[in-house]
Write a protein that binds this ligand. Structure first.
Ligand SMILES: Nc1ncnc2c1ncn2[C@@H]1O[C@H](COP(=O)(O)OP(=O)(O)OP(=O)(O)O)[C@@H](O)[C@H]1O
Length: 554
């Protein structure tokens, strides 16, 4: 975070200089008052008019510099906000799937919601307040020292006491802000569940149960927020009382000095003015310190995202060299809980060849395809691409991956196919034609699909996923049951056309064991319980009279 603030050092310096000038102007009000009151008490008309003029000059200059200071502050804050938010989204976009799935969607949305709000209000705003208050405190204290060292000493003593409290209370606030953030994430997750599972809730008429669960999350979050507000309120009350106490002490001391003829009435007003200029910023100072300490855990959480992006290992390079050969050597994969999902996989994929992965549900097919596509990288063993060992580098192969349940972005057909890449009209046309989407194009034109393509059928979404593969122009196509929601004829036609293209190397998962599909591939890979049990051409593994034949005939 400090790095981000320091990146804007020109703006920070500009803001500091303006704050310094604004606080000097603020301080200059005290000698003008002092001379004004002395002029009245001595009936000095000339001095009276001069101070009146000074009051007006003060008003204009004070307005001008405070205005510039506010403008500079908002410009600086805007730059930092943009930088922090864009770094967080960049860091999330560069995560691999395993890292991404470590936190829930609610937690991630909350980063941009409550966590950034805490960062801005509790940290950023307060850092700037601290800069301003420090200048005012410094000059006011210096001037007070010139006017009356005794009052300066008394105010200094009281100030130190006022500053001890925030450092004691800050940790309590930190725990509460961290808990509020956690409870907000839970609440957001629940909202996401309700909106995502709306049709399920309606279909089973379980609205009340979900309402009850949501209310429980809401109450937990609100109760904690209430505690946080009470804590902040108690602290502000304490600081407010201390402020009055400090002022009374200052008035008593300066009153005593006036009575003993060691201060003029004008000087007493100036001393009180200066004391006010110390006591008030001191309260701001205290509040800022307590809030900065109170945002520590949330800042550390945000820093993990913001600082991550500086590390090059988080951003694997895409190996753009044309596909020749991919080899998996003794590849195994375990879940985070240590369950073996893939065990000792050895496979070779060659340019232009077509491979079908088959097997029972839960046998590990998708996991294998994700490893090939670089979506899972916590495997053991070796992956060798065109002779280069990828397991030992931070590079990722260039491939296109179509999932069984594709996500449809809240955009039009063209952007959903090109995924925002530059593609010519001809290339988009080819993808639309091969994925059999002309009717969808005629229906939607350039208008946006509804959220997650809810108005599209499962088969239409899968055809959009296939069009993405074609438009992506990678030579290695990975497809996870992309025709499962299509009728046999349409699905079969699309697959057959893709399999006939010589340039493509295709690895696809299918439950369609018909000869017209599997008969046209170079190799069928049969997986059972995380291991390859049979492998070869369709006729070879059918003649093998093993598990594949059993599955086909079941
Ligand atoms: N991140 C994970 N953590 C724990 N278990 C996982 C994880 N990912 C997959 N699994 C488990 O690994 C097994 C294989 O999953 P995978 O999705 O690869 O199967 P599949 O053969 O593609 O199944 P299907 O044909 O039903 O899509 C399943 O039992 C699944 O629950």
């Amino acid at each position: 975070m400090t790095k981000i603030i320091m990146k804007e050092k020109i703006l920070v310096i500009q803001f500091s200089i303006l704050s310094l000038i604004a606080s000097l102007i603020g301080i200059s009000f005290a000698p003008i008052i002092q001379n004004f009151i002395d002029a009245i008490s001595k009936k000095n008309w000339k001095m009276f008019y001069i101070t009146l003029c000074l009051f007006f000059i003060f008003l204009i200059i004070n307005f001008l510099f405070h205005f510039l200071s506010v403008k500079s502050e908002s410009h600086l804050l805007q730059k930092i906000h943009i930088s922090v938010k864009s770094r967080i989204i960049r860091s999330i976009l560069h995560m691999n799937i395993t890292q991404y799935e470590k936190s829930t969607v609610g937690e991630k949305i909350n980063l941009f919601n409550y966590d950034l709000e805490v960062f801005e209000q509790y940290f950023l705003d307060n850092i700037l307040q601290l800069i301003q208050s420090s200048f005012i405190l410094f000059f006011a204290f210096g001037y007070l020292l010139l006017l009356s060292p005794l009052v300066a000493f008394v105010v200094f003593f009281c100030s130190v006491i006022s500053l001890i409290i925030p450092s004691l209370l800050g940790k309590k606030i930190d725990a509460l802000t961290e808990k509020t953030s956690r409870l907000k994430s839970n609440y957001l997750n629940d909202l996401k569940d309700i909106f995502g599972g709306f049709t399920v809730i309606k279909s089973f008429q379980v609205e009340e149960r979900f309402e009850k669960r949501n209310r429980s999350f809401l109450e937990q979050m609100e109760n904690n927020q209430q505690k946080l507000k009470n804590q902040n309120g108690a602290y502000n009350l304490m600081m407010g009382t201390l402020q009055y106490f400090n002022l009374i002490i200052c008035l008593c001391t300066s009153g005593f000095l006036v009575l003993s003829n060691r201060l003029s009435l004008g000087e007493m007003v100036a001393v009180t003015q200066m004391a006010n200029m110390i006591i008030q910023p001191l309260q701001v100072f205290g509040t800022s310190v307590i809030e900065i300490i109170g945002s520590k855990t949330i800042r550390t959480k945000l820093e993990k995202y913001v600082d991550k992006i500086d590390s090059p290992t988080e951003m694997p390079n895409i190996l753009d060299e044309p596909f020749e050969k991919l080899q998996l050597k003794n590849v195994s994969y375990e879940s985070e809980k240590g369950i073996t999902i893939l065990d000792n996989i050895n496979l070779v994929f060659e340019k232009g060849k077509k491979y079908a992965i088959v097997g029972k549900s839960g046998s590990g097919k998708t996991t294998l395809l994700k490893i090939i596509g670089g979506l899972l990288n916590c495997y053991s063993g070796e992956i060798i691409y065109n002779g280069k060992n990828l397991s030992k580098s931070d590079e990722k192969i260039r491939s296109s991956f179509a999932h069984q349940e594709p996500y449809i972005f809240n955009d039009n057909l063209k952007n959903n196919i090109t995924l925002l890449s530059e593609r010519s009209k001809k290339e988009v046309e080819k993808a639309i034609r091969m994925a059999k989407l002309p009717r969808i194009r005629a229906r939607y034109g350039s208008s946006k699909f509804s959220e997650n393509g809810n108005s599209l059928s499962g088969g239409e979404k899968q055809r959009i996923a296939i069009a993405r593969l074609i438009a992506d122009q990678s030579n290695l196509l990975l497809m996870d049951e992309v025709t499962s929601a299509l009728d046999y004829k349409t699905g079969g036609d699309i697959l057959e056309e893709l399999l006939s293209i010589v340039d493509y190397t295709i690895v696809f998962i299918t439950h369609d064991l018909r000869e017209n599909i599997l008969g046209s591939v170079d190799e069928v890979i049969f997986i059972d319980n995380g291991t390859i049990v049979e492998q070869g051409s369709y006729s070879e593994i059918l003649n093998h009279d093993g598990l594949f034949k059993k599955l086909k005939n079941s």
